[in-house]
Design a binder for this molecule. Structure first.
Ligand SMILES: NC(=O)c1ccc[n+]([C@@H]2O[C@H](COP(=O)([O-])OP(=O)(O)OC[C@H]3O[C@@H](n4cnc5c(N)ncnc54)[C@H](OP(=O)(O)O)[C@@H]3O)[C@@H](O)[C@H]2O)c1
Length: 260
């Protein structure tokens, strides 16, 4: 039931057609008995600043959930960043405080690791290749290191972003081997696509699937389609696959708790 007291949580995206978060988020609110509801808002990047400025004036706004391509830009519009958001300079959730100020958080990574563990895969002690250095990938990199991966290679189309992220993380996690490098999956225990590749028909694969080790686990952040071309190719090669949807399934509780 939506009442006059319902707190609103827009999901800011562009485009918005691919989003899958509202259903599990709203189900979690129902489960917890919270009068809070999420709906997607398709916001063009050139309208983002004005949209966020207007939303912060809305009294019944609990906060906003942020996805592609807005995570970095919204972080810059927050009054403060907490946890992983302050380390990676991107946020996937914003809480509106009573005074209208905005606090940004980042739970993509925690959700990703919780999803792996929920399905019986422990990343501690593993060697990981992460393709991507955007909002979701940055959160995943941080959480994998926090979970104890011993080696992390970050490969990204814009190599400068991979180098920047790797050097930031190397300062925070001096015990791990962290480097920017090539998207060659051979020799890794865990290969993660942290890019948007796979969302659209005709996208290139983020890695050469012929170079995947048969025993490795191949994980996605992309949720739509459910089985991306990378996961299909990895499964055909005998790898264990882990879908993008598992990351949000375990994350919604963290997002709802942040706004309570
Ligand atoms: N499962 C979940 O819970 C969850 C949570 C968050 C996000 N996601 C998904 O994660 C994906 C990325 O989202 P994001 O928020 O991280 O976006 P973002 O911050 O805009 O980052 C996009 C990343 O994808 C790379 N990329 C985009 N197009 C590419 C191409 N044609 N070739 C090579 N690399 C390309 C970018 O490389 P450059 O740096 O070179 O541009 C960057 O690394 C989206 O599919 C989103 O839906 C899933």
């Amino acid at each position: 039931m939506i009442s006059g007291k319902t707190r609103f949580v827009p999901l800011l995206a562009h485009p918005a057609r691919h989003v899958r978060t509202p259903s599990p988020f709203n189900a979690e609110c129902l489960r917890q008995g919270l009068d809070m509801v999420m709906a997607p808002l398709d916001v063009r990047p050139d309208m983002l600043e004005r949209t966020v400025a207007s939303l912060r004036e809305v009294e019944n706004l609990a906060g906003m959930v942020i996805t592609i391509p807005h995570k970095g830009a919204v972080a810059a519009l927050c009054d403060r960043l907490v946890g992983a958001a302050s380390l990676v300079g991107a946020c996937n959730i914003v809480r509106r405080e009573a005074d209208g100020s905005l606090t940004g958080g980042m739970f993509d990574g925690e959700g990703f690791v919780a999803g792996l563990r929920h399905r019986g895969y422990e990343p501690a002690g593993q060697r990981a290749l992460l393709v991507g250095a955007g909002g979701a990938a940055s959160g995943v990199a941080h959480a994998l290191l926090q979970a104890g991966v011993v080696e992390l290679t970050i490969a990204n189309r814009s190599a400068g972003k991979a180098h920047h992220l790797a050097s930031q993380l190397a300062m925070a996690f001096p015990q791990a081997r962290i480097a920017a490098g090539a998207a060659d999956p051979a020799g890794y225990d865990l290969v993660v696509n942290g890019t948007a590749l796979g969302m659209h028909a005709g996208d290139a694969l983020p890695v050469d699937a012929g170079r995947l080790d048969a025993g490795c686990i191949v994980a996605e952040v992309v949720m739509q389609p459910d089985m991306t071309p990378l996961l299909v190719a990895a499964e055909a090669r005998g790898c264990r696959v882990h879908k993008g949807i598992h990351m949000i399934e375990q994350q919604v509780r963290l997002l709802v708790d942040f706004l309570k």
